[in-house]
Design a protein around this ligand. Sequence first.
Ligand code: ASP
Length: 435
Amino acid sequence: MKKLPLHWRIMLGMVLGVICGAIFTQFEGGATIISDWVKPFGTIFINALKLIAMPLILGSLIKGVSDLKDISKLSLMGGRTIGIYLVTTILAVSIGLFMVNTIRPGNSIAEATRMELIAAYESDAAEKQAVAKKQKEAGPLQALVDLVPDNIFKATTENGNMLQVIFFALFFGIGLILIPPKKAKPVKDFFDAFNEVILKLIDLIMLAAPCGVFALLAALIVESPSFDLFKALGMYALTLLIGLGLMIGVYTLLVRFYVKIKPGRFIKGISPAQLLAFSTSSSAATLPVTMERVEEHLGVDEEVASFVLPIGATINMDGTSLYQAVAAVFIAQAFGMDLSLGTQLGIILTATLASIGAAAVPGAGMVMLVIVLGQAGIPEAGLALIFAIDRPLDMCRTVVNITGDASVSMMVAKSVGKLKKDPVEKKWNDHYPKD
Ligand code: ASP
């Protein structure tokens, strides 16, 4: 068991979690047992991951930026990162639109099913609409204002403030570049060691990953709605899953031909992070592991990974943007609306912006979907249609979100000459302490 590679251990935990959840739904009180006695371990696992996200960003970004030595390198890397992120997001939305217009899953929704779904999830949908309304009410430059914290200690106490912490870390890192190297050295050394500690903590937390995902999936199964509703949304789910699969294919090709890393090695390197993204539905919670995987297994230099990945976790969500395109058009189809080309082009723009604005937490994509629907003139009540199946699809789109971030970090690293040719593929037992 100890020799089994991490991704297999996590996979085993997931499968056992699903089986256990399915068994416990079969008898009365089973769901409560899972919720009371198993779910808390999943929550503890996610909390542990989130716990180190802020120190990780702060430590590794400050160290990464200060290692750059000159600021022009930072702007070069920043420009490339944002550029590639935008291109992949627009590509993802376009793939989503193409799939949903080709398969037209909304046309197969019967009137009765539509009514049933809307009645069942009306109030849940209203909740998401209320959150979205708050976000919409803010002025156009609010996102920019929110970027600059007025108090760094306050900013670091809230995981949702990741962009503010990134801003501070970049700013601090720039300051470190600008002061004499002799003065900067102790601070850099401190963050260097600080980083090492955090990376070690990730290793330790990952030891518990198989149990953590077991608990998360068992709880998910006992809490999920009836299977009949899932079936009604089968075509929609299938359309989305094909789109997400295509997107993973796109990343694999980009990594194959631009970065020159074989698909097998890429997937093997990133798979533990993908499995965690699937189990937690949160790019933010997965971030520490994504960083560790690309640095230690895919050869991305720390300078690049620490810069590209935290930004990606918050602004680059290709899976989410693809989902928003598919969901928006699906709802329109289900309501018998025909969307013009202009409206669909508008969806490309709003889904891109909405995915940038979505937080890296479970269900955030759906909140931002309200904005896409509103802009395209699609009834927001349609959100209730897709509610039943949103969580499993959220898990899948989060996998795409973090795979996108990882592949872009490899491309940026390659483009600035910071990709180690032959990353030391550490053996399981070297890297993960014996348990
Ligand atoms: N759960 C997604 C993430 O964290 C966001 C979303 O699409 O809901 O990446």
